[in-house]
Design a protein around this ligand. Structure first.
Ligand SMILES: CC(C)(COP(=O)(O)OP(=O)(O)OC[C@H]1O[C@@H](n2cnc3c(N)ncnc32)[C@H](O)[C@@H]1OP(=O)(O)O)[C@@H](O)C(=O)NCCC(=O)NCCSC(=O)Cc1ccccc1
Length: 317
């Protein structure tokens, strides 16, 4: 690097640092450190993959929804998740990532998606529990991302969060209906909540002292809160909702701590989390196989769209 180039680099870094310090936005054409770009692509791609893989657990119940109304709501929700994936892949593209390459990394196991989607949906109550707890955790995590320092990601999160709020309410409403039904339905709800509570807490990622990316991501304004802060917020928010619903969480250590002004809660099983993230959860193999098959089955659509675009370009020359 020549002296002039070095001076230029220092100025670009200073301008980037000042933008972050002012809580202003970094936009795609702005200069950014390579680490910032890489971290964003990693997080946004994982987020996009989660939305797309996240269509499968609830999609499993589309053909067995108990009424036309429930089916219409569920179809709208699953389609919303596809839309979220698409905004997020577009946000990653503004950073220079290639969508086809990201999909390839997902189906070859080189990029992650959220651990939560590797658990099976065994009963219809799981549709309600996913809406209430999984979308609830997603909102808790994503509302602060509306203030993320990278413009396209932050703006995508605004619409995503609005839709996730509808998802959470539909889940809670579904469970409320079931809790007003028979003893068997109430038991089904409780059993579902028992299975999803701990995996929902794991969605926030490892504890802060074992989260290698948090410190730098927070310094860059990509993340606004630590994993443990958001997990605590989610627990505090969920306990009164569980009481109103008439269900309990499977945690004997869950208790109000007046001194802290928060609920104390037990430690999730982090060895289970590690196994699921490594690919050894109940549904990892199936989730990727379904995604891979959908991608391969869709090859003719991509080929046709590419051929059409090439012909259009030729016609307009
Ligand atoms: C908080 C965190 C998830 C992780 O913090 P970071 O600072 O990034 O990482 P950290 O250093 O703490 O962790 C070390 C390593 O562990 C990985 N890892 C951590 N946690 C998990 C996990 N749970 N699962 C799998 N892997 C996890 C992490 O990537 C890192 O690995 P790497 O170094 O890459 O090899 C952050 O990326 C984030 O906020 N993402 C945006 C939100 C988002 O992605 N939401 C998606 C779900 S919501 C949804 O889809 C909506 C919906 C609802 C219903 C139906 C359908 C759809």
């Amino acid at each position: 690097m020549t002296d002039t180039e070095l001076q230029q680099h220092v100025e670009l870094q200073q301008s980037f640092d000042a933008t972050i310090a002012d809580e202003a936005r970094i936009e795609p054409r702005d200069w950014m450190p390579e680490g910032y770009r890489k971290t964003l692509i990693r997080q946004i791609a994982q987020h996009a993959h989660s939305e797309i893989i996240g269509m499968q657990p609830e999609g499993n119940w589309l053909t067995r929804a108990p009424s036309l109304r429930r089916k219409a709501i569920l179809m709208a929700k699953v389609q919303d998740e596809a839309g979220h994936g698409l905004y997020l892949y577009s946000a990653a593209e503004t950073l220079g990532a290639d969508r086809a390459d990201l999909t390839d990394k997902l189906i070859s196991g080189r990029q992650k998606y959220s651990s939560i989607f590797n658990y099976p949906t065994l009963t219809y109550a799981d549709v309600g529990t996913i809406g209430w707890l999984v979308d609830g955790a997603a909102i808790c995590n994503q509302v602060p991302l509306c203030r993320s320092s990278f413009g396209p990601y932050a703006r995508a999160m605004i619409r995503v969060c609005k839709e996730e709020s509808f998802h959470q309410r539909q889940g809670y409403e579904l469970l409320t209906t079931m809790m007003g039904g028979t003893d068997e339905q109430r038991a089904m709800v409780q059993e579902s909540v028992d299975r999803f509570w701990w995996p929902a807490l794991m969605m926030f990622g490892p504890p802060d002292d074992r989260s290698p990316n948090s410190e730098q991501s927070m310094a860059w304004g990509i993340k606004r809160h630590s994993n443990d802060e958001l997990r605590q917020k989610f627990v505090d928010m969920s306990v009164p909702q569980a009481e109103a619903l008439g269900v309990s969480f499977p945690d004997p250590d869950l208790a109000w701590n007046a001194e802290r002004g928060h609920y104390d809660f037990g430690e999730p099983d982090w060895s289970e989390f590690t196994e699921v993230v490594r690919g050894n959860g109940a549904m990892n193999v199936e989730r990727i196989a379904v995604r891979r098959a959908a991608h391969e089955d869709g090859a003719w659509v991509r080929d046709a769209a590419t051929a059409f675009a090439a012909r259009e370009q030729e016609n307009h020359r």
